[in-house]
Design a protein around this ligand. Structure first.
Ligand code: G3I
Length: 456
């Protein structure tokens, strides 16, 4: 059960809580000017709002030339709280001639998204494919420099507007070798990937930096293991990497694997977020879509899901009808399954891949527990945080935000505040051991701090 409160520990019905949240958001609008309505005002009825209540985003790949199609934008604006430009940020689109950058179409998508409170994933800074002709003809140190300049210029242009970048895309080969893919970029030296990540970090220190690939969903596959080993190596050596994107284009030749959750949790255990970045499934079976969502929800560092298009007719594989909406814009059974899963209404059909834990879970009253805070979705004006409590089933956690930040919504706990309004005491309310909250940044993006965790 999701709980969402406004500095009020009286029990409320879900509808009343959501109404209170919407009213509070209107108040913020009146007081602060350009504050976007928190998406939770319509929680439970759209993909983005329901995902936000689980501390996650639900996004779609968007094409600039479809923003004039009102049937398309009606669904986009209603359902999604994250956007990935499908082609408009790629190298051929943004630097068609060397040193001449074109951001018009990408800017249109970013503006459309951010003006509606949606976050933006950037795709992609360095890739062997969709290179402009001038880059395809380059090699060696000239290509390395050109690639790094591209990363720097594009990440700088979108600094502060893109929450996560697919810095490098599809750099590993298919098959059983686990080798890097041969490409002109790879031939500049094996360190081209980490060089790209360092350039991206320098250009936009606030963006999460992801490695993104396909056929990396099955934990047993050599390609998955190769990417895993690279990410582990990067973390050990301090190469700046924050997330791994699993494209997750599933079809009969590359089906959803039963060990998908193991893949998600294994990457997450390296200390990176995991994002499902390009989801589509041949014929859109509702059960498989449900399994994917439940797998993401089961892994706390799986921070969001993006479907690769909105209607079947928008898909790069339109003949496979792989998306959540028909070509005429109707919701498909897969849509209902995804929404229900986000709302916690279904039981996963895949068995958990880790055994349930056993042993005592209730320490004596007054004992300590551990509360771990992790960053959730970030919008232009606010961000989510999620706190996982271990060592107690009844707990009290004290969290502080930095003025002028204000907590605008909470879920899965009963909050109260001190007189300053900046220190929140959250008590368990039977909703489990993970609670969350949304912080209005008001210009300050400091991470909230956990001050204490007490078993009660
Ligand atoms: O816009 C032109 C149009 O003017 C022209 O008439 C037509 C003729 O071919 O091409 C159109 O551009 C196409 C573009 O999609 C827009 O539809 C390109 O040819 C075509 O190559 C391009 O395909 C994109 C593909 O990446 C290119 O690699 C797909 O839209 C896009 O969905 C797909 O996305 C990739 C991700 O970036 C990485 N992961 C795999 C995923 C699916 O392939």
């Amino acid at each position: 059960m999701i709980d969402s409160c406004q500095r009020d520990n009286r029990p409320k019905s879900t509808a009343r809580r959501r109404a209170a949240l919407a009213l509070a958001a209107v108040g913020l609008l009146a007081a602060g000017g350009a504050v976007v309505l928190p998406v939770a005002a319509s929680a439970g009825t759209t993909l983005g709002a329901s995902a936000a209540e689980r501390g996650r985003y639900f996004g779609a790949a968007v094409a600039a030339n479809k923003l004039s199609d009102s049937a398309y934008t009606t669904i986009l604006n209603r359902e999604f709280n994250s956007v990935t430009p499908e082609n408009e940020m790629k190298i051929d689109a943004t630097e068609p001639q060397q040193g001449q950058f074109t951001f018009t179409n990408a800017d249109r998508i970013v503006s459309h998204a951010r003006s509606r409170g949606m976050s933006v994933r950037g795709h992609t800074l360095a890739w062997h494919s969709q290179q402009p002709g001038w880059m395809q003809n380059m090699s060696g140190s000239a290509l390395r420099q050109a690639m790094l300049n591209h990363v720097t210029q594009v990440a700088t242009h979108f600094r502060g507007q893109v929450v996560a970048w697919d810095v490098v895309n599809e750099a590993f080969a298919d098959g059983s070798t686990g080798a890097r893919r041969d490409s002109n970029l790879q031939r500049t030296g094996n360190d081209w990937i980490e060089a790209a990540f360092r350039a991206a970090r320098a250009a936009d220190p606030g963006a999460k930096l992801c490695y993104n690939d396909y056929n990396t969903d099955d934990w047993t596959h050599a390609k998955t293991q190769a990417v895993y080993n690279m990410v582990r190596d990067f973390k050990q050596r301090g190469v700046p990497i924050d997330c791994v994107g699993l494209q997750s284009h599933f079809n009969s030749g590359s089906p959803y694997p039963a060990n998908y959750r193991t893949t998600l949790s294994s990457f997450a255990a390296l200390g990176v977020d995991v994002q499902i970045t390009e989801l589509d499934i041949q014929n859109a079976p509702a059960d498989t879509y449900r399994n994917v969502v439940n797998d993401c929800l089961a892994v706390s560092r799986c921070t969001g899901i993006t479907v690769w298009g909105i209607r079947d007719s928008d898909s790069w594989r339109a003949d496979q009808n792989p998306l959540l909406f028909t070509s005429s814009g109707a919701k498909k059974p897969a849509y209902d399954a995804v929404l229900a899963a986000l709302n916690g209404g279904t039981t996963p059909t895949t068995p958990p891949t880790t055994p349930p834990t056993t042993g005592p879970t209730t320490p004596p009253p007054g004992g300590s527990c551990t509360a771990t805070l992790r960053d959730g979705t970030r919008w232009g004006d606010r961000f989510n945080s999620e706190v996982t409590v271990s060592g107690a089933s009844n707990w009290t956690v004290v969290v502080a935000v930095t003025p002028p930040q204000k907590v605008s919504a909470t879920w899965n706990g009963t909050p109260s505040w001190d007189s300053s309004g900046n220190v929140m005491t959250m008590r368990s309310n039977g909703s489990g051991n993970v609670f969350g909250f949304t912080t209005m940044a008001n210009g300050n993006w400091t991470r909230p701090q956990v001050r204490s965790c007490t078993a009660s």
